[in-house]
Design a protein around this ligand. Structure first.
Ligand code: ADP
Ligand code: MG
Ligand code: MG
Length: 252
């Protein structure tokens, strides 16, 4: 699904990722943890193809293709979905319009017929029920005036409708109360499938009580310094991140 090899990336001439390697296979759920500033969001931005991030070295293969050579649109159309820490607002564009356009772009790419308005509404309403969103959110501008929890629900809704191959959630749990966090976790868990993979980026192990990952990786100073099973997340919760930085220093 995804194979990252020796990735080095910088932003504004500051090197952030320094030799990051990661392999994700179909059906797997990976958690990436790490202290603030370790490069977690930089990794998701680079995978998304944001322009301000410069890749200096390394390769990223996604579904057998060179991801770094793909446009942002092609990445999305090939089933890569990114949920960001701070979802964007799109004033003047209704949530329903936005969602249907995104879903149909994905369907065209996969050679499926577009959903007409009726079929789309049926699907979107069923999914909204599952994430606990009222129908009025369909007719409001994308994320405009949504609370933090509502934005996260909306993001899980987008993700469910788009049926991604690889979904990456960057601190989708930050600032959420326990109910909203469970909605996010339920949404992610419903998406688990043998032909799909998920990368959950989180600072806290709390979310991983609800989304149980197959693998946990710890990022420090731009590279993965430790990988393990879910017990690694519990160890981090107990010991904090201090010893991880020491590990990173030893490995440099
Ligand atoms: P994390 O998500 O793990 O908290 P980030 O990837 O956001 O870490 O940031 C890693 C480092 O890169 C930090 O030192 C941060 O200040 C820096 N950084 C990230 N984005 C930018 C940017 N656009 N301009 C300058 N520095 C940045
Ligand atoms: Mg951060
Ligand atoms: Mg971050």
């Amino acid at each position: 699904m995804l194979s990252i090899k020796d990735l080095h990336a910088s932003v504004e001439n500051k090197s952030i990722l320094r030799g990051l390697s990661l392999d994700v296979k179909d059906g797997e759920v990976h958690a990436i943890m790490g202290p603030n500033g370790s490069g977690k969001s930089t990794l998701s931005q680079v995978l998304a193809g944001r322009e301000d991030y410069t890749v200096e070295k390394g390769t990223v293969e996604y579904l057998g293709q060179d991801l770094l050579a793909m446009s942002i649109e092609d990445r999305a159309r090939s089933g890569l979905f990114l949920a960001f820490q701070y979802p964007i607002e799109i004033p003047g564009v209704s949530n329903a319009y936005f969602l249907r356009a995104a879903v149909n772009a994905g369907r065209r790419h996969r050679g499926l017929p577009e959903l007409d308005a009726m079929d789309f509404l049926k699907r979107v309403k069923a999914e909204m029920k599952a994430v606990g969103m009222r129908e009025e959110f369909l007719y409001r501008s994308v994320n405009e005036g949504f609370s933090g929890g509502e934005k996260k629900r909306n993001e899980v809704l987008q993700m469910a409708l788009l049926e991604p191959k690889l979904a990456i959630l960057d601190e989708t749990d930050s600032g959420l109360d326990i109910d909203a966090m469970k909605v996010v976790a339920d949404g992610v868990n419903r998406l688990r499938a043998p032909d799909r993979a998920l990368i959950v980026i989180t600072h806290y192990q709390r979310l991983l009580d609800y989304i149980v990952p197959d693998f946990v990786h710890v990022l420090s100073h731009g590279r993965i310094v430790r990988s393990g099973g879910r017990e690694l997340a519990l160890e981090l919760e107990e010991r904090g991140y201090g010893w991880i930085d020491e590990l990173a220093t030893q490995q440099t």
